[in-house]
Design a protein around this ligand. Structure first.
Ligand SMILES: O=C(O)CCC(=O)C(=O)O
Length: 262
């Protein structure tokens, strides 16, 4: 824990000046820029836990260190899956999981997660609002009242203790409370494909394009710790369109939500 806190803490030094960032999400560092986290990404415990939870062959896809600054707003309602153009999105099996590791106790006062139960499989009124994040700030940069920032009665808080890990289906609608405390709230976010072989080849091809190419940038001693963990695709299928809008099944790749990869 001390090692993780030191690595993450180093990213917040001078954050205001170097990383103006997203006022809602907080200060984000791509794990691919932090080879010193290779040991953590590659830890067998993560993958053993996921296998025990029923994931046949969990593989690392991406990672971010997400740190909510002191006195910062909550994150708006959203979901993290980008493959809604593909049939894999509409089954009980999660196409993508998120592992969130919290490095300090987090509750409603310092930015804990909020989720809407069952929304990975069920429609919710908020699905119609996805993709409207451009409306959240007025021209003056002030936050507006908006459904994506609403406090919903069916939301469930997920308070955690330092060292806890939350495993989440990437399709689930979630948000966070504001961080009203004077301290940073650090979290390491790893996304994991539970079973590449179960995804369509088109989605596998998108994974291959989107995944960070740490084999090119990380020193061997760090890369060696993750190389067998990475989600890889070596086939020739055309990639699936990126679609984050969580459209109902059969809507396909609509013009407003689907874009070519890259
Ligand atoms: O910062 C958090 O706790 C949540 C971040 C999140 O929801 C996301 O990155 O998708």
């Amino acid at each position: 824990m001390a090692r993780l806190r030191a690595i993450c803490g180093a990213q917040t030094v001078d954050a205001e000046r170097k990383f103006p960032g997203d006022g809602f999400l907080g200060h984000v560092t791509d794990v691919s820029a932090l080879p010193e986290l290779g040991w953590f990404v590659g830890l067998e415990q993560h993958y053993a836990l996921l296998r025990a939870l029923g994931c046949p062959d969990p593989k690392w896809f991406m990672g971010f260190v997400i740190q909510k600054p002191p006195h910062s707003p909550g994150l708006y309602w959203h979901q993290d899956w980008w493959g809604w153009s593909d049939e894999v999105s509409f089954g009980d099996r999660p196409p993508l999981l998120v592992l969130a590791f919290y490095l300090r106790d987090v509750g409603t006062e310092n930015g804990c997660l909020r989720v809407l139960r069952g929304t990975h499989r069920r429609r919710h009124a908020l699905h119609a609002e996805m993709g409207r994040t451009a409306e959240l700030l007025g021209d003056d940069g002030e936050r507006r009242a908006h459904p994506l920032l609403a406090s919903l009665p069916d939301a469930v808080d997920v308070p955690v203790r330092a060292g806890d890990m939350v495993v989440q289906d990437a399709r689930l609608l979630h948000a966070t409370h504001p961080n009203a405390s004077p301290d940073w709230r650090p979290m390491i976010f790893l996304s994991v494909i539970p079973d590449m072989a179960w995804l369509s080849e088109a989605v596998q091809a998108t994974v291959e394009i989107k995944r960070p190419k740490v084999e090119r940038s990380w020193p061997a001693q760090h890369y060696d710790l993750v190389c067998a963990r990475q989600a890889r695709y070596h086939g020739t299928a055309a990639p699936a369109l990126i679609n984050r809008t969580a459209l109902p099944r059969g809507s396909g790749a609509q013009a407003d939500g689907a874009t070519r990869v890259r």
